[in-house]
Design a protein around this ligand. Structure first.
Ligand SMILES: Cc1cc2nc3c(=O)[nH]c(=O)nc-3n(C[C@H](O)[C@H](O)[C@H](O)COP(=O)(O)O)c2cc1C
Length: 188
């Protein structure tokens, strides 16, 4: 599967088969995802594999939109640690954004291997306590993982058109090159 196809076909999965994701498959996914970029190549992330049902239910109690956690065969917590030595990156919270970047790589690498994922937003401090994550680190994402029951393809209407998202030079300034009328007027 090429990258574009993986990005465009991935769905958030909330309904999983009972079958668990073998450790070998999980390691394979993480072997791929760990090539994600990070500030000064610090790789400020750690992953916690969660299969224990009580832990999953405990996390669910701190997720407003995560009822599927109780049925998912497993979840992976993505923890932002510190960028060492270059502390300015932590001051501007790049460590957390880097963890979100690797989380996306995990979701795409999983998808390529037929494993579905779903990001679950959680109350970070509560979940940090459950997972015994040190106070100075952040639980950036909890991602359910497993084999999907069904996959509904995206509809075009699922995303805003690009011309609503992109500006030229300053926020709010229309990006002209994808404005057909502008192109016609200026490049006749
Ligand atoms: C930062 C972030 C937080 C999300 N939080 C939740 C969540 O708490 N519960 C949930 O079911 N889905 C959550 N999602 C998944 C979105 O609902 C989903 O990506 C969106 O509806 C688009 O659907 P798709 O991923 O299938 O394309 C989250 C996604 C992101 C990136």
């Amino acid at each position: 599967m090429d990258v574009g196809k993986a990005i465009m076909t991935r769905r958030s999965i909330r309904d999983y088969q009972k079958k668990s994701v073998p450790d070998e498959v999980l390691v394979d996914i993480l072997e791929t995802a760990r090539w994600a970029p990070s500030p000064v190549n610090s790789q400020p992330w750690r992953f916690i594999v969660i299969r224990d049902r009580e832990t999953l239910a405990g996390i669910m109690a701190h997720a407003k939109y995560g009822s599927h956690l109780s049925d998912a065969p497993m979840a992976l917590a993505v923890i932002a640690t510190d960028v060492e030595r270059f502390h300015w990156f932590n001051e501007i919270e790049e460590n957390k954004y880097a963890a979100a970047v690797v989380a996306d790589s995990i979701m795409l690498a999983a998808w390529e291997k037929g494993v579905g994922t779903g990001w679950v937003s959680v109350s970070r401090d509560d979940v940090r306590g459950i997972l015994r994550v040190p106070d100075e680190y952040t639980v950036v994402a909890v991602i359910t993982m497993g084999y999907p029951v069904t996959v509904e393809p995206h509809q075009d209407a699922d995303r805003c058109p690009v011309n609503m998202m992109v500006f030229s030079e300053k926020f709010g300034e229309r990006f002209p090159r994808i404005d057909k009328q502008w192109v016609e007027e200026h490049h006749r």
